[in-house]
Design a protein around this ligand. Structure first.
Ligand code: PFF
Length: 471
């Protein structure tokens, strides 16, 4: 059942005078789950999770990853959703309004989130642009060759052409801006509610195709064969970084989405459901990719080369390969879309609530700023390939700052805020929906983890990311 909920922010501080006091919100309980899942499911499921799992101990890696999600990302996700829903405001205003002492600069956590979301978008839109471009290349058959050298040339022509990279990034930005302007319920919820089920169906079709190929079992073994000897401290830290990125936590996206959550939404239950559904997509993606890769004798590469070079060659090798490649590219585009919508919402909600701009104006300003900054990432393989900051191209630099610095820093302070500043009574009140939900046991476990376990583990990831601790 869908109930239209338009909520008022609790404090006049969250709005500029003269702005309407009603905020758009998610409407149905299922819509909330799909929108949140849309943020979590992204390109990370398609190339990061399967290749990291395959290369780092299969099922052993999955167990470590699960522990990291349960001990760090899910608690941080619950925290963000809870604080966002309590404040009913953008990420920066949320932390400012909820801070017990106004002199304490908790709003900086929100600032870090806005900057991180913006930087992720700057490079994520480049990769999403390539994925969108590949739908066209799959339809025309341009990228369909069983020879990886040929598919590699097609990919390298795309990424080294400044105009092609830029134009595809702009197409992606226009598409996301259009949905964002439509609003939270009509745009984000309306679209993700339709796209997420479609993504599952497409994924299942490609999985069945891949698993029924002769020789597919070798790929399944590659993905799942547990090899605990591969689990080093470095791999554990990698799993934790992935768990952060996968569930989109530590950067204000879940705070912004939480601010649109319904009052009667079960936050811990929703977070757990999203985590399980996201994990299923990751595992299914692995089962769609590796059995086919092994069946045709290709190498299980990682990163962009798996997605843009190996996969087209793999699909070209199978009957009806063109059809399956088109499906696969659409699937990746859907995944990227949901993730980008949530990232876009972070700066847009801030600008729309804290400046004179309305939602459309805020989206246009974000679009223009991203077109400018994002261009430096889009040109990182062509004109700007030799421009390095701290030894990194702009593309790699934005990835490094957001994933290795801002995401863990944000997650760390979020956990500290919930566990040491907000404390149990307020948390109990919010997570039980003012006593309606009988979930005290889960809240107690959450509280213990967010107070002690999560901050300690995040600190380790951060120090490793900075090279201060090197295992
Ligand atoms: N979770 C997305 C993925 O796995 O691709 C990426 C992402 C989206 C990261 C939103 C961070 C974020 F805030």
């Amino acid at each position: 059942m869908s109930i239209i909920t338009k909520t008022k922010p609790p404090s006049s501080e969250t709005k500029d005078p003269g702005k309407p006091l009603v905020r758009d919100s998610f409407t149905s309980k299922l819509g909330v789950i799909f929108a949140t899942l849309g943020s979590a499911v992204g390109l990370g499921n398609i190339w990061k999770f399967p290749s990291m799992t395959g290369a780092n101990g299969g099922a052993a890696f999955i167990i470590i990853y699960l522990l990291c999600t349960l001990l760090v990302s899910v608690p941080v996700m619950i925290t963000e959703l809870m604080l966002g829903r309590t404040a009913r405001a953008n990420a920066i205003t949320t932390y400012r309004n909820l801070s017990p002492k106004k002199s304490q600069p908790w709003w900086l956590v929100g600032v870090s989130g806005v900057v991180a979301a913006f930087l992720i978008l700057a490079f994520y839109t480049v990769v999403a642009g390539w994925v969108f471009a590949y739908i066209g290349k799959a339809i025309t058959g341009n990228v369909l060759s069983t020879n990886p050298e040929v598919t590699s040339q097609v990919f390298s022509r795309l990424v080294t052409s400044p105009w092609e990279s830029l134009i595809w990034q702009w197409i992606v930005l226009i598409w996301i801006s259009f949905v964002i302007i439509l609003g939270v319920s009509k745009g984000i919820e309306g679209l993700t509610k339709r796209l997420m089920p479609a993504l599952f169906v497409i994924l299942l079709i490609v999985c069945v195709r891949s698993l029924t190929l002769p020789g597919a079992m070798e790929g399944v073994r590659f993905l799942f064969k547990p090899d605990f000897s591969r689990i080093t401290p470095g791999v554990i830290l990698m799993a934790m970084g992935l768990a952060f990125f996968k569930l989109s936590v530590g950067m204000g996206t879940m705070t912004a989405y939480g601010s649109y959550y319904r009052d009667d939404q079960d936050i811990p239950g929703s977070a757990l459901r999203v985590m399980l559904a996201d994990l299923s997509v990751s595992i299914l993606a692995g089962l769609a990719i590796f059995p086919a890769v092994f069946a045709f004798g290709f190498k299980p590469d990682a990163g962009p080369s798996l997605l843009f070079i190996t996969i087209p060659a793999v699909f070209a090798s199978m009957p009806f390969g063109q059809f399956f490649l088109i499906l696969f590219c659409i699937l990746a585009s859907i995944a990227a879309t949901g993730a980008m919508l949530s990232l876009f919402e972070v700066p847009v909600s801030f600008l729309a609530e804290r400046t004179k701009l309305n939602r459309t104006g805020a989206t246009i300003v974000t679009f223009l700023a991203l077109a400018a900054v994002g261009a430096t990432a889009a040109l990182s393989n062509s004109i700007l390939a030799d421009v390095k900051v701290a030894g990194k191209t702009f593309f790699d630099l934005y990835d490094f700052i957001s994933s290795n610095l801002l995401m863990p820093i944000g997650g760390f302070f979020l956990a500290i805020f919930a566990g040491w500043v907000w404390k149990f009574p307020k948390i109990q009140e919010q997570l039980s929906n003012h006593g309606v939900l009988k979930n005290r046991g889960i809240i107690r476990i959450y509280y213990f983890i967010v107070r002690y376990v999560a901050p300690a583990l995040i600190l380790l990831v951060m120090l490793n990311g900075l090279g201060i601790v090197n295992w």
